[in-house]
Design a protein around this ligand. Structure first.
Ligand SMILES: [Zn+2]
Length: 238
């Protein structure tokens, strides 16, 4: 009897590629399976959520999560990182400068249990590999993924993951949101956001499946419309 991705809590997006929508903030975590290597994209909002993701990934793949890519320094995407012991952690250059205290306080403001937030902030794992431009990661078995620092936009440190297809899959972090308006907080760089989405569309192309940080998988037309809406909202020409 074969257990499906769905039965283990994953939505399968393409061959060997999936994502999981976490409860609470509907934050997405992604998974790319290679040969002897497994990449997780984002880590959940707490140590418990990180541990849950790791267990689900290990159950599906039968191996350890060997790589972790963090799309941006917001609590719901990074506070679970310490649950991935031994994984090589990647982030956009500068992501390690955001204070753990800022992540903790933001988590509590957004409703995470105060003890869980403190535990996760104390244990916070910083990426060892900081990506300036693009980084090709070889996961074995002919599976190479591209980590691209295409920001700033949603934050000053936005990293996306492009998995070749067919069809290609693009993990967008919160540069794209489907379940609500893109969230532009005090750390957003609105003037540069539309250009980041232009680059995202260049990297993924017309046929890619775009996985937003929050919400359902979308297509290139959706990303383009969101790009235009952001440009109008923030008064960015071109
Ligand atoms: Zn975010």
């Amino acid at each position: 009897m074969t257990v499906t991705w769905e039965e283990l809590g994953w939505e399968r997006v393409a061959a060997g590629v999936g994502r999981c929508r976490l409860p609470g903030w509907d934050c997405t975590a992604g998974l790319v399976v290679g040969a002897g290597a497994v990449l997780m994209i984002d880590a959940g909002s707490s140590l418990a959520e990180g541990a849950l993701l790791r267990a689900r990934a290990e159950k599906l793949t039968g191996g350890r999560v060997t790589h972790l890519a963090l799309t941006h320094p917001h609590f719901d995407h990074v506070l679970g990182a310490a649950a991935f012991a031994g994984a090589e952690v990647f982030g956009a250059v500068g992501v390690d400068t955001v204070p753990a205290e800022e992540l903790r306080a933001d988590a509590v403001r957004n409703g995470l249990d105060a003890t869980a937030a403190e535990e996760a902030a104390d244990a916070l794992v910083r990426p060892r590999h900081l990506v300036c431009g693009e980084w090709t990661l070889d996961l074995g078995g002919g599976r190479q993924v591209l980590l691209a620092n295409i920001g700033p936009g949603h934050t000053a440190h936005d990293l996306v993951v492009v998995v070749p297809g067919p069809p290609p899959t693009v993990f967008c972090g919160d540069l794209v949101e489907e379940s609500g308006e893109p969230q532009a907080g005090p750390d957003a760089v609105p003037a540069r956001w539309p250009a980041a989405l232009d680059r995202l569309l260049e990297l993924g192309g017309e046929d890619a499946r775009y996985v937003p940080g929050h919400g359902a998988v979308v297509d290139a037309a959706f990303v383009r419309a969101q790009r235009d809406a952001l440009a109008a909202r923030f008064g960015v020409s071109h």
